[in-house]
Design a protein around this ligand. Structure first.
Ligand SMILES: Cc1cc2nc3c(=O)[nH]c(=O)nc-3n(C[C@H](O)[C@H](O)[C@H](O)COP(=O)(O)OP(=O)(O)OC[C@H]3O[C@@H](n4cnc5c(N)ncnc54)[C@H](O)[C@@H]3O)c2cc1C
Length: 234
């Protein structure tokens, strides 16, 4: 793995009991495409010592990136990050990688994710908002979680929805009982939009089951490969 100068952990912030943001010094903080990921090479005793993490912050000239990481019970990589890494420690970070980036900035977009699958979308959306006073296309973010407390960056999305008429935020909860919003799994929340606006481009991110199901449902509706981009976390 080609590592890059930097890697100092500048700040660790808990978003929920199991999700933390790691802000890391990174000389390429202005030289990646939103949606890309980095690999961390960790001192762990497993066959592969690298773990990939989407960059959750927009490109900036401040010299840092943020990674939004969920602790996997008994996962060697995340156990190391959560139990041993402190602010001031150094991490081995790769160059930015991956092709999960926005292609067109004119077609309506729908981003569908669960959990920390929100990370690349945050980078993309913050970058669009940084470059345009209002999003240049209608953009719907469908964000699936189990409980209300799991909704990462909730205030940011709600605030953005108030400020930008082109942005729509649909949180979907599968296990919360006292919830007036969308319930169940993400699919019921984007399918009406897919049917009403067949020119939409879909971006899907997260674990295989959700992404595979979404791809199949959208393909069955006639969406082309060009309209479907996805990033798998497993
Ligand atoms: C492109 C991408 C982006 C991701 N972004 C995020 C993110 O933003 N936030 C987040 O929380 N998680 C993200 N993940 C998941 C993350 O990489 C880890 O899989 C997760 O943190 C669990 O790691 P672990 O060691 O704790 O658990 P484990 O389950 O032990 O590790 C994950 C599994 O992946 C295998 N593995 C790891 N690296 C490799 C490799 N290079 N080649 C083959 N197999 C490998 C391990 O052997 C293990 O089976 C992403 C994954 C990918 C592929």
């Amino acid at each position: 793995m080609n590592t890059h100068p930097g890697g100092e952990v500048l700040q660790i912030t808990a978003l929920t009991p199991s999700v933390r943001i790691f802000r890391i010094r990174y000389s390429l903080s202005n030289a990646f495409r939103p949606g890309q990921f980095v690999m961390l090479d960790l001192p762990i005793q497993t066959e592969f010592t690298t773990r990939s993490y989407s960059i959750a912050s927009a490109p900036n000239s401040d010299g840092w990136i943020e990674l939004c990481i969920v602790k996997k019970p008994d996962g060697p990589g995340t156990s190391f990050l959560f139990e041993h890494i402190k602010e001031g420690d150094m991490l081995q970070v790769s160059e930015p990688q991956g092709k999960f980036v926005l292609e067109a900035e004119t077609a309506p977009l729908c981003m569908v994710c669960t959990g920390t699958g929100i990370a690349p979308f945050r980078a993309m959306i913050l970058d669009l908002r940084r470059r345009h006073t209002r999003l240049p296309m209608p953009l719907t973010l469908v964000f699936g979680n189990r409980f209300e407390e799991d909704i990462l960056y909730r205030e940011e999305w709600e605030q953005m929805q108030k400020l930008d008429p082109n942005f729509k935020f649909i949180p979907v909860l599968s296990r919360e009982e006292n919830w007036n919003g969308a319930k169940g799994y993400v699919h019921e929340s984007y399918l009406p939009l897919a049917k009403a606006y067949p020119e939409t481009h879909f971006y899907l991110c997260g674990w295989t089951t959700m992404v595979r199901d979404a791809k199949n449902k959208l393909k069955a509706l006639g969406f082309s490969r060009k309209q479907l981009k996805f990033e798998l976390y497993d």
